[in-house]
Write a protein that binds this ligand. Structure first.
Ligand SMILES: C[S@@+](CC[C@H](N)C(=O)[O-])C[C@H]1O[C@@H](n2cnc3c(N)ncnc32)[C@H](O)[C@@H]1O
Length: 197
């Protein structure tokens, strides 16, 4: 059954505007933590020369993603894969870009570690890793609303929480990525664009 996330409807176009000039013209784009699937179908409609591979560990999310793709009769969205970013082995051996929106603060830190290690394994040189979400910068929240969100996340699960941009960038550097391009997004979110060296 199709799910609808109001935030995804609001942020999908600003994210697409950042992605469009930064994705390759052709190739396979893997999305980690596709959630409802509203992002990936929006990107796939706008970028028909790319093939999109959604994924999520949640069966309910995968059903929603597949329903969205089928109802829009998109020929460039593959069936959603069961993929836990923290796993040592992913069910896909290569992709030209990896996208992940709003996952690393709503999952244990091991998911972020696994995401970056997995992206490093499957991306070629110059492949793009795109992350979207809220981050702390220089050890501080960038807005009171992000601080309140962080407290709420940690109350819900002590392993969750808004991550430090510098820690994520160091992790990526250790896994063979360059420094991220950082783009301010609406509602105090950031886009981080890493290139595989
Ligand atoms: C807040 S939702 C974000 C969904 C979508 N990307 C968006 O921005 O609307 C977080 C998603 O992360 C997924 N998730 C949680 N832990 C994960 C993990 N270890 N690996 C991959 N996905 C995970 C959840 O199943 C959920 O769909």
């Amino acid at each position: 059954m199709k799910r609808q996330a109001p935030a995804a409807a609001r942020n999908r176009q600003p994210i697409l505007d950042v992605l469009t000039p930064r994705l390759p013209a052709r190739g396979l784009v893997l999305e980690i933590a596709s959630g409802s699937g509203e992002h990936i179908v929006h990107f796939a409609e706008a970028l028909p020369d790319l093939v999109f591979q959604p994924s999520d560990p949640s069966p309910e999310a995968r059903a929603s993603i597949d329903d969205w793709a089928q109802s829009l009769t998109l020929g460039n969205v593959r069936p959603a894969l069961a993929l836990d970013a923290a796993a040592d082995l992913w069910p896909l051996e290569c992709a030209n870009a990896v996208l992940c929106c709003n996952m690393i603060h709503i999952a244990p830190w091991e998911a972020a570690v696994g995401l970056i290690a997995g992206a490093s394994r499957i991306l070629p040189k110059d492949g793009t890793l795109y992350l979207y979400g809220p981050y702390r910068r220089g050890g501080r929240h960038t807005a009171p609303s992000n601080e309140a969100f962080d407290l709420d996340l940690r109350r819900r699960n002590p392993a969750w929480g808004v991550r430090d941009l510098e820690t994520v960038a160091s992790l990526a550097e250790a896994q063979g990525f360059g420094l991220p391009e950082i783009i301010d997004m609406p509602a105090n979110n950031l886009s981080l664009v890493f290139k595989r060296l």
